[in-house]
Design a protein around this ligand. Sequence first.
Ligand code: IPM
Ligand code: MG
Length: 362
Amino acid sequence: MTSTYHIVLLPGDGIGPEVVAGTRRVLEELAPAFELAFRFETHLMGGCAIDASGRPLPEETLAACKQADAVLLGAVGGPKWSDPNAPVRPEQGLLALRKELGLYANLRPVRIFPQLRNASSLKPEVLEGVDLLVVRELTGGIYFGPREEGPDRSYDTMLYTRPEIERVVRVAARAARRRRKHLTSVDKANVLGVSRLWRRVTTEVMANEFPDVTLEHQLVDAMAMHLIRRPADFDVIVSGNLFGDILTDEAAMLAGSMGMLPSASLGEGTRGLYEPIHGSAPDIAGQGIANPLATILSAAMMLRHSFAQEAAAQAIEDAVARALAAGYRTPDLAAVAAADQTVEVVGTEAMVSVVCDFLHTD
Ligand code: IPM
Ligand code: MG
């Protein structure tokens, strides 16, 4: 029997529409073999929504997302909407969407495709054995605390409550249990009171509910260093919103490019928001050269986490690995290819076609 899923597409700004269109093509190509059917609906969010309606997250977009089984997002933002004096910003749409859908746990796996080991700015031996999952708290912390903005005085507040910390730590610990049973919690407890609460609550949850998972605490500044010095030592990393945002851009460089990292944002139910961790890359928007793989891999996460279609998720990930193994590279990855690698530099659509072709090979 065919399973039908309702997916809202939010292409957004910059390269967003290009990578989302490509990912839709991959999902459509995949569907018949796994007896899946997708119903797609496209809506405005971000800068394009500001242009059309004055608001970054129009009500109809939010309503559609609340009706959907899952949401696939490209990227939001760009210089056109970056004036610090602008009354609204594209990013506010994304933050409101995460909050409104209750997506408090942001899963950002960092996997190194062996073919891309040379694409990283780090030495290949440092990358040996790297397999990380960063779980970033997504609906609290300094992104959502009390704030004020004035001409001469502004502040944002890093605020966490016990339940907010408990629930995201549980998500991370459950993931660690299915992996190498090692959890690293990142905070700034030597300075911030909110981090001391984070550390206390994390320690309690782990001792009471996950005694089988090893817990380690790291200060965020030290973690930034460990992440590029000995990344293979970590398994699951859990952190607050801002620290997770920063550390995952850093972690993306392990994988060789921002264009490679997918993410899943989850809450209590199965509905999730799936998006590449990269931004709208306005410098290359519209040129047809954006790397679609992070978005394609986000769709694989959607199949896994929202639809429980593990085999289909795996099929996409395998097809991506094969495309890379066959030497296909978008320019972001090609520029740093090793001298002994034969690569074929392709644009977004060609890369999507290659991935679609590899869906059908075993
Ligand atoms: C991310 C992005 C967003 C964030 C921006 C676009 C609001 O950097 O998803 O990592 O800071 O969360
Ligand atoms: Mg970010």
